[in-house]
Design a protein around this ligand. Sequence first.
Ligand code: ARG
Length: 562
Amino acid sequence: MNSKTQVVEALAKVLPAEITAEQITKLIEKPKTSDLGDYAFPTFILAKTMHKAPKMIAEELVGQMDQDGFEKIVNTGAYINFFLDKSSFSDAVLKDVLKEQENYGNQNEGNGGNVPIDMSSPNIAKPMSMGHLRSTVIGNSIAKIISKLGYQPIKINHLGDWGTQFGKLIVGYKMWGSKEEVEEDPINNLLKYYVRFHKEAEDKPELDDEARAWFKKMEDGDKEALALWTWFRSLSLSEFQKIYTRLGVEFDSFNGEAFYNDKMDAVIDTLEEKNLLQESQGAEIVDLSDLDLSPALIKKTDGATLYITRDLAAAIYRKNTYKFVKSLYVVGSEQSEHFKKLKAVLKMMGYDWSDDIHHIEFGLITNGGKKLSTRKGRVILLENVLNDAVDLAKKQIEEKNPDLKNKDQVAEAVGVGAVVFHDLKNERRDSFDFNLEEVVRFEGETGPYVQYTNARALSILRKAGDVNFDGDLSLDDEQAWDTLKLIQEFPEVLSRAGRIYEPSVIAKYALKLAKSFNQYYAHSKILTEDAGLVARLSLVKSVTTVLQISLGLLGVKAPEEM
Ligand code: ARG
C-alpha cells in the first residue's frame, strides 16, 4: 500500500465520518524536517465541529489511533505526526523496484491514447539553432514521460520547408553558388547565400521581386524550382540527421510545412463556408479582435498561403489521422500569440478539440546575456557546442579515470548528456544563459554528476558480485531513509512531470536522488558482511534503476563506467 494511503486510512478510522478520505488526503502535509515525521495532519479545521482546542483534539486522536504499521504516531501541538515503520516501508519499496525494474513507475493514465508532439521543426537550409535544440530535447523527453504514463506519443518534425525564403535561396544560389560548393558544406553555404541575398536586396529591391517570382514558380509546380527545393531539403535533412543521431532522437514523421500545400484549399473552403474570412487590404484574414488577438492572416494579396494556414491544415490532418487525445506543440514562447490564434480559429471553425491543443512553450537561450540571432550572425552552432562539450568531458575523464575503456564513447555520452541535461533541468519557460564550462562540470547540478553517481553505484554492485535479493529487505538505517523515500516518491514525481509537461521535474528529482545516495554512501559501509548487506545492496540496485529510468526519460545516456 502507498504510505500516504496508509496514513489516510489510519486517520479515517478516528475522524468524524463526514470528513471524506479525499479531504483528508488534501490536508496531509509533508513536514520539512524528519523529527516531525514523514507525514503530518493539522487538526485546526476540526476545532469548530468538535468544540475543542486543536491541540487537545490532536492529543485525543493520537490516543485513539492504532499504531500498528507505524514506527510511532505522536502529536506536536495541533499536528498529528506520523513516523512510518522503516523496516516494512523499505522492504515494500525495494521489492517493488527490484520486481518492476525498468518498468518501475509505469502508469496507465493515458490508456494508449495518441498524442502527436510537434517538436524540433527547424527551418531548412539554415543551421539548427539552440532554440531548435530546446524544442528537440524537451519534446523528446515529454514523449518518453507520457509514454511511461500510458500514452502513445507521435513525434512530428514539422520542418520549415516552404515559404518565400526558398525563393530568396534559389536566387542567391543561382547568382553566387555552385553545386560543388553546396555539396561541400550544405547548410553553411546555403546560409551564406541567404545572408548575402538580404544584404544585397537592401540596395537592389528588384532581387526581392525575383525571389517572389521563384517562390511562385515553386507553388505552381515548376520543375526546375522544385528540383532545387528538393535538393536543398534533402541536404539539410541529412545534416540535421547527424545531430538527431548524436542526441538519440527519432521521429515518427517528417511531414513539414510543404506537406500541407494540397491540404489548404479545404481549410479555406471551410473558413468561407462558415463566413469567417474577411478581406483586409487585399488579403484574407480571420478577425480575432473579440479575443484581443491580432487578425489571423490566411492568404496574402498575391494568393500565397501563410504559416498559420499551414498550421490549420496540419492540426486538422493530425486530428483526422491520429484521432489524438491531446496534441502538443513544443515551440518557443515567442510564438505564443500564433498558437492562441491557431486554437481560436479552429474553435470558430467548430472544432471543439481545439481545447486539446497545448502549446508547450519554452524560454530563450542567451549568450553573454544577449539574444541569439541567425540573421545578425550571433549564433551558437549546435554542432560546435556538442563537440566542445565532448572534448571537455574527455579531458575530465583523462584526469579522473585514465584507464577507462571506450573513453571516446563515454566522453560522447557524457558531453552530449551534459548539454541535454543542462537544458532540461531548467523549468522550460525560464530563459537561461549558455555557459559551456558550467554545463560539463562533474560536480554540482549537472548531468555528469548524475551519470557519475549511477556509475559509482554500479561499481559497488560489481564489487559485491552475485547477490540473491530474495528475502527480507528491511533497512531501518537512518542514513538510508531519505534515499528510500525518494525512490518511493518516483511514480508521483513522474505523474507530476507529465501533468505539467515539465522534464525539469525529472531532472531535479534525479539530482536529489543522486545527492541523497552520495550522502548515504559517504556515511555507511555498504559492503560490510553483516545481516543488512543484502538490504543495503538492494537499495544500491534500486538507486541505479531509478537513476537510469530518470536519465532515460531525459534522453541522457547512463554509461556503466566513467
Ligand atoms: N519552423 C518553425 C520555427 O523554426 C517552428 C515550427 C513549429 N511548429 C509548428 N507547427 N508551427 O520557428
